[in-house]
Design a protein around this ligand. Structure first.
Ligand code: PEP
Ligand code: MG
Length: 745
């Protein structure tokens, strides 16, 4: 038998349903809701505050406070008791509210005569959308059951708000206004489309139920099948799991079997809501508790909890109402897994996520599929509705929800121009990247997933200038076995069909952290234990990878490059491991390549000052501009405030690159450039003019760089660079102007 308070709130929920069924606009609905709650809770006051702007709540309906305060009284998050509830996402009750810390008196409400106060957040999926308050004149305590009943009602109000029940004339809630988000562009390009929410919000047409037993049975069945699924998932993965990963799996399984979770779900259902609402309610409460947890381990587990709740929703049949996104839709979610992006593939127009960085797995996939993607768009999931118009500008790292007309038109033009440019690039796909004065540059792609490889032919590149092997390690929960690594490298070479591929050995550390690798806390991880430093300190993993590369290549030519070499001795040490491994495999009877090339990445300024012997010894050099620039200018590449501050076309950086190019050329060693800058036309022209004869970039950039190179005379670019270096001014404006003039010819 459910406890009496649940029966009470069930009656209340039934009444609410009855009043909601009556016709009327948003205001009339809210007015009816507050009066029904006030009567049932025996409270003199019941008020609903809803989010009207970012972090701003407005009194939208009240029974008991002065009517003239409606749509006038506002609280910022954190302000007054209402703002405090919104900011903390937790209920608050006091028998003597005027003396409670933070109380703010609003004369227009006439609330001074009410002593007791009880408020709960109106929230959905952990996002606060408003606050529901009851007040009484007499000093009284609110029981836990009463607070719980209010929370159930608040959940239902949140469902109604989300279903658009409180919108309309004179009642524009924040979510129907245009909204701009500043995040970070994780790929290139722009898109206009409609929102397709990834977070599967249940399409609940009726949040109430009379059939508590039926809902309970549905919930139990869904839970049983969820537990079975999780057990199978965890058992399957345990075999190869490291101790650390085992712990994570066990914790996941434990959450799925948590008795408290099921109890809370039962309690919510007993109060008269359908199972889907119960799941969301319990999930919301857990989210707000976890989000405030100081312990990072607990905060990380938030994703597990969300994941389990979403799986449960799917089992209830209400979890994936969106189905497949329509063609060209923009997928919007808090976090989106790489697998899900691969599922939808190029059909997506764009992707916007609240969380996740440039190195997130989803970002890697978005770049591979050339889908415009913005990460770090805070709160967009709560504010977007399925079908809302949205613009994604991945070049600038911005997204615009429900964009105003003029902005939409501007972007339509931008997207149309980009499509025209694409057609131009396609037309020159099989032509060489040769300048008007006859200099040929080899354009290569950066890759890291097997699925990147077809891009090689699609964009008309000559090879893979940088194969980031760590991606295979980052997208798996455990260390890939040597045989798996070898098979993958073999398949990469198969896919390249004889085109050259440069494999870079594991570049982990800094922003690329392997889930299964214990590493020390570092004050400055970008300057810390990473890349070749880890490889030399832990030669076991390096050797294993080198063996896998050699075995994967078999008799085919193999180029291996070591990342982040700061001192030539590191290169020699790593090369020795490679040549010894090569000799050993040969001795053991393996077929090994006779064309082994060993290169180094120049990513720290120090290597530009290595000995002339080093420049001769190394088979090839590749400048990793992303890292090099951050050290050259002392500007963290992951820090938005500073990362765009310095220009690759500034006189000092150009002088530095010229030095590298001329030292390599004096030694007769090929030098390429494989940072992001190589993919921007102005930079690519400058690099070519400085003597870089090979540029490696993300596939989406090959067309525009080839087009730029084919438009100009390299001599003219060289003259601009010389002038910039002698005068100290950046070369960008003049190169840009030259490009614009030449491209028109
Ligand atoms: C670079 O640093 O420029 C580079 C190509 O390597 P990554 O971006 O993977 O660090
Ligand atoms: Mg690098």
């Amino acid at each position: 038998m459910p406890p009496p308070a649940d029966i009470g709130s069930r009656v209340l929920l039934r009444r609410l349903r009855q009043v909601m069924a009556k016709p009327g606009d948003a205001q009339a609905r809210l007015d009816r809701i507050v009066s029904v709650i006030a009567v049932n809770m025996v409270a003199e006051v019941c008020s609903i505050y809803l989010l009207r702007e970012e972090q701003m709540l407005e009194l939208c309906a009240t029974e008991g406070l002065r009517k003239e305060a409606v749509h006038r009284t506002r609280f910022r998050f954190g302000q007054g008791l209402v703002g405090r509830i919104a900011a903390s996402a937790e209920p608050f009750a006091s028998r003597d509210a005027p003396r409670a810390p933070g109380f703010e008196y609003r004369p227009e409400t006439g609330e001074e005569i009410y002593s007791s106060f009880c408020g709960v957040p109106i929230q959905r999926l952990g996002k606060v959308m408003g606050v529901l308050v009851v007040q009484n004149a007499a000093a009284r305590d609110y029981s836990e059951e009463e607070i719980d009943a209010l929370e159930v009602i608040a959940m239902v109000i949140a469902e109604m708000a989300d279903a658009g029940q409180f919108t309309g004339e004179g009642f524009d809630l924040v979510r129907s206004a245009p909204k701009a988000y500043e995040g970070v562009g994780a790929s290139d390009g722009a898109a206009i489309g409609v929102v397709h929410l990834h977070e599967p919000k249940a399409a609940i047409t009726n949040p109430f139920t009379e059939d508590v037993e039926g809902e309970r049975a549905r919930l139990d069945a869904a839970m049983a099948s969820l537990r079975e699924e999780v057990d199978a998932l965890v058992t399957a993965d345990m075999g190869e799991a490291t101790a650390e990963y085992r712990d994570v799996l066990e914790a996941y399984r434990m959450f799925a079997h948590d008795k408290g979770w099921l109890r809370r779900l039962h309690e919510a259902v007993a109060a008269g809501v359908v199972a889907e609402v119960a799941v969301e309610r319990v999930q919301s409460a857990a989210r707000s508790r976890m989000e405030r947890a100081a312990n990072p381990y607990l905060r990380d587990r938030l994703h597990d909890l969300d994941d389990l709740a979403n799986r449960l929703l799917r089992r209830l049949g209400g979890g994936a109402p969106n189905g497949a996104p329509p063609d060209g839709a923009v997928l919007v979610g808090r976090t989106i897994g790489p697998g899900e992006l691969l599922d939808h593939g190029k059909r997506l127009g764009g992707v916007v996520m609240e969380e996740g960085g440039l190195g997130s797995h989803a970002a890697i996939v978005a770049r591979a599929l050339a889908i415009p993607m913005v990460v770090g768009a805070e709160r967009i999931v709560a504010e977007a509705r399925n079908g809302d118009a949205i613009v994604v500008d991945a070049d600038r790292g911005e997204a615009f929800l429900r964009p105003p007309e003029n902005l939409r038109i501007a972007y339509e033009e931008k997207v149309a121009l980009a499509a025209e440019a694409e057609a131009r690039y396609r037309a020159i796909r099989s032509l060489p990247a040769e300048t008007r004065d006859g200099h040929r540059i080899s354009l290569q792609i950066n890759a890291g997933l097997l699925s990147d490889m077809p891009n090689l032919f699609e964009v008309g590149a000559e090879g893979v200038g940088l194969y980031r092997t760590e991606l295979q390690f980052l997208t798996r929960p455990t260390l890939p076995r040597r045989a798996d690594q070898a098979a993958l490298y073999g398949r990469v070479l198969d896919a390249a069909q004889g085109a050259p591929v440069i494999f870079r050995t594991l570049d982990i550390g800094s922003d690329k952290v392997l889930p299964y690798m214990k590493r020390p806390e570092e004050e400055n991880p970008a300057l810390g234990w990473r890349a070749i430093r880890v490889g030399l300190d832990k030669p076991f993993a390096l050797k294993m990878q080198l063996q896998a590369l050699l075995r994967g290549a078999g008799a085919r030519p193999l180029s291996v490059m070591f990342p982040f070499v700061a001192d030539e001795a590191e290169f020699y040490a790593a090369r020795t491991i490679l040549t010894e491994t090569h000799a050993r495999l040969q001795r053991l009877g393996y077929t090994v390549t006779t064309e082994l090339k060993v290169g180094a990445m120049l990513e720290t300024p120090s290597l530009a000052y290595a000995s002339a012997a080093f420049f001769r010894e190394v088979d090839f050099l590749s400048v990793g501009g992303n890292d090099l620039m951050q050290f050259f200018f002392a500007a963290d590449r992951g820090n938005e405030r500073v990362r765009r501050r310095y220009d690759a076309l500034s006189a000092p950086f150009l002088s530095f690159l010229r030095r590298v190019a001329s030292r390599a050329s004096a030694a007769g060693t090929p030098v390429s450039f494989c940072g992001e800058a190589a993919g921007r036309p102005e930079e690519a022209l400058a690099l070519a003019a400085l003597g870089f004869r090979s540029l490696s970039m993300r596939p989406a950039s090959v067309g525009r760089v080839k087009y730029a190179l084919r438009s100009v005379e390299l001599g003219a670019v060289r003259a601009i660079i010389e002038e910039a270096m002698s005068g100290g001014a950046p070369a960008r404006p003049a190169i840009g102007a030259l490009l614009a003039r030449s491209a028109e010819l």
